[in-house]
Design a protein around this ligand. Structure first.
Ligand code: ATP
Length: 211
């Protein structure tokens, strides 16, 4: 049974998925919330139908699947379109997460999620599904360089930065911050350090010491 759920977040390209994978090696179960988000686009699902009803068939590629880049450019340049997509996707993500966490056998589950401060995502009603928040931060130039490597243009990177919360907002709700400002080896050392804290959190939660 899972005793501790960690919400792992950070700005786009900060390195949060890398930290998540390192935590998985330490023994956590890793759930990629963004991947669950992407599954709402799969053909023949209810969410796919709802998305088509709202955004129209122009977002489809020749093979009938959603052109994610096209949809991304629509929603990340227009807040009301992003809200419309989230109204369809977030209830599905929350229900799926609740089910996945309930079925987990590992004591620590890490939710790798780009959206945490911005919207009540990974919630059960008004209660977060996570017990602690770990935030990954990285220099903006490093993030831009990583996103360029992924094929995003400057305007696309700009729109995605704007649509996300800031480091300040994330810092305000963080139980722990990981500064990803060195090599991957440095990052692994930091995750090793944080893991000692995770074990303390776990011990506190299971003994009822940490509220
Ligand atoms: P997104 O928000 O788009 O999901 P992310 O925050 O999860 O991005 P990652 O996917 O973890 O970021 O990292 C982006 C890329 O940067 C990956 O290829 C990863 O290997 C690389 N990377 C992350 N941290 C470092 C580092 N300290 N040194 C070198 N490469 C790094």
């Amino acid at each position: 049974m899972t005793d501790l759920v960690i919400g792992l977040t950070g700005g786009i390209g900060s390195g949060k998925s890398t930290v998540g994978q390192m935590m998985e090696i330490k023994g956590a179960s890793l759930i990629d919330v963004d991947e669950i988000g992407r599954s709402v686009l799969l053909p023949d699902t209810r969410t796919f139908e709802q998305i088509l009803n709202h955004f129209g068939k122009d977002i489809l590629q020749r093979d009938g699947t959603v052109n994610r880049k096209k949809l991304g450019n629509i929603v990340f340049s227009n807040p009301s379109e992003l809200e419309a997509l989230e109204k369809i996707s977030h209830p599905f993500i929350n229900t799926t997460l609740k089910m996945l966490i309930r079925n987990e056998s590992s004591p620590v589950v890490v939710l790798d999620m780009a959206i945490l401060v911005e919207k009540p995502l990974a919630y059960d009603g008004s209660v977060p599904l996570y017990d602690r928040v770990v935030v990954v931060e990285s220099l903006i130039e490093e993030r831009i360089a990583r996103l360029k490597l992924r094929g995003l243009t400057r305007p696309e990177i700009h729109d995605r930065f704007i649509s996300q919360g800031s480091d300040q907002e994330r810092r305000a709700i963080a139980d722990q911050i990981i500064k990803n400002d060195g090599s991957l080896r440095d990052l692994r050392d930091k995750v090793d350090e944080i893991w000692t804290l995770v074990e303390d959190w776990l011990a506190g939660l299971t003994s009822g010491c940490i509220s």
